[in-house]
Design a protein around this ligand. Sequence first.
Ligand code: GLP
Length: 262
Amino acid sequence: MRVIICEDYDGLSKRGASIIAGLMERKPSSVLGLATGSTPIGTYGELVRMHREEDLDFSRVTTFNLDEYLGLPEEHSQSYHYFMEENLFKHINIPESSVNIPNGLASDMQRECEEYEWKIKGSGGIDLQLLGLGRDGHIGFNEPSSSLASRTRLKTLAPETIEDNARFFEKREDVPRFAITMGVGTIMEAREILLLASGERKAEALRATIEGPVSAEFTASILQLHPKVTIVADEEASELLKRRDYYKYVESKAEELAQGQS
Ligand code: GLP
């Protein structure tokens, strides 16, 4: 695991975007796994800026979003379809046909989930999966006790998640209770993973992710078993990490090495 600690949210967003843009430059037809939530908004903003000012090209990129609420129409202001459109897609040159988001209104959910898995496989698999982190350690909507081998399916949201997401809805009762999400096993098949964590609210979950035992209690902890994970956190989110100084030292050495080679 590579752990990069940035000073603040702005630094985290720029670092996250530069990792994604770097991949797109090496592979213009990248398959990107995308996430929602407040954390990646700055990263998307920076990618949009790079598209406008530096010609970052999305025309050959394919995307797969992690999850979607069950029962919200695409045009609902809290649907993840709407979120992605507003924060990224409408500002870049990605063809509509290259965007994939689970359909939370599908009449046959089992089939929707299976087809989502096939589409990911058919695209050649995800090159880089972007992740946020739930306060209860979830990735996508893989709540505590999710199978660590799970595939795309329906999940019942945990009370902490409903609580956390209530801030986006008028009333707590309006928060959907179910979601369709890529499974932990689906996420683990991505060739590279980039997890972003910001703010002290995430400090405990980040500690469990990086330094805790691998456990379905914190599904993000499975990332310890993935061969290529980068975690970009800000100072506040990283404040409970036991080896925080070591991670910073490793990064300073990585920069020294990179400068020596250039
Ligand atoms: C939701 C999403 C997750 C996201 C999490 C954290 O539960 N399904 O993908 O990581 O929220 O959101 P935030 O970044 O707003 O803290």
